[in-house]
Design a protein around this ligand. Sequence first.
Ligand SMILES: Cc1ncc(C[n+]2csc(CCOP(=O)(O)OP(=O)(O)O)c2C)c(N)n1
Length: 373
Amino acid sequence: MRVEDFIKIINAEFYTGVPDSQLKSLCNYLMTKYGIDPKHHIIAANEGNCTALAAGYYLATGKVPVVYMQNSGEGNIINPVASLLNDNVYGIPVIFVVGWRGEPGIHDEPQHIYQGKVTVKLLEDMDIESFVISKDTLTEEVSDVMNKFRDNLSKGKSVAFIIGKGGLSYDGEANYVNNNVMCREDIIRHIVNISGEDPIISTTGKASRELFEVRVENGQSHKQDFLTVGSMGHSSSIALGVAINKPNQKIWCIDGDGATLMHMGSMAVIGASAPNNLVHIVINNEAHESVGGMPTVASKIDLVGIAKACGYCYTACVDNFESLDMVLLEAKACEKLVFIEVKSAIGARDDLGRPTTTATENKKNFMEYLIRI
Ligand SMILES: Cc1ncc(C[n+]2csc(CCOP(=O)(O)OP(=O)(O)O)c2C)c(N)n1
């Protein structure tokens, strides 16, 4: 159905979410209509934050908010849904709009398969009634369901629309750009060149896909890379766990700004643990590029300042390849906890592939590599 019709039916005034490729139509519509406007549309750091922000909106206005997210975000909402929204606690109604990756019967990547299988059940377990909008769903059906849902909402119960592939469509286009010049794939090429044989833990989304392809292009194997295909925001903590237990080995983490923001508390813990063999690199394109390019708030914050305040010993921010190579060489040579912010343009190759090894093969090869070094 057309996203404009869906918006009319749910008739909400406030939307908050984390972008998702399956919800590109909704995200692009909201960005076109509102941009980022605190009164109507906020892209939050993670889906749990969205849920709490939506609760605050409800407390202040009495109106029902919308939280949109990929189903990967269900884990992040469970705590505020169970202990804040649920009608055994405050009974705060929210309309969730959930992109259904890994829908059973539809081919998808490994990180989406289990999550896709339990998407509806998790909502049921959270006492959230849901309705699936597929590409064949009629506008009138959604309208009828929403009329029924209004009853749940009036009783302080949340509801969800689960959006299958092609469930929502939007003819408008949104174009996301910034002023940076380096592209993420080239940045990764430079990191690969200088990190040499060192292990790399890379973040969710296209960065890991690009790392995989750069290895292929170089005729290298993938054994030293752990591609965090799911679990957005957690690659730096994985890298911390590896770095602490491989103290004589330099460990590199390639992170994204959206992922860093999603679980930024990890930076404080990394700083406090201060392993002198970890290099945490954030490729900052100020966007959720992998799912369509919608903005993060990373253009508005001082990531290096945050890293310094968290206790990273060597920090740098670079916006050109000469400086990038210089700081990567310093990071390689020094025995300090390093943080590097790399300013990146928004975009990726259209023909970017996906890892051809399975996630379990990746784990096995990586563990075998770590044992040997
Ligand atoms: C918990 C969770 N929410 C949402 C997603 C969907 N998702 C995958 S990649 C991505 C964007 C990542 O942005 P960033 O870290 O800035 O990297 P970029 O894509 O810009 O390189 C999102 C939102 C997800 N995988 N997991």
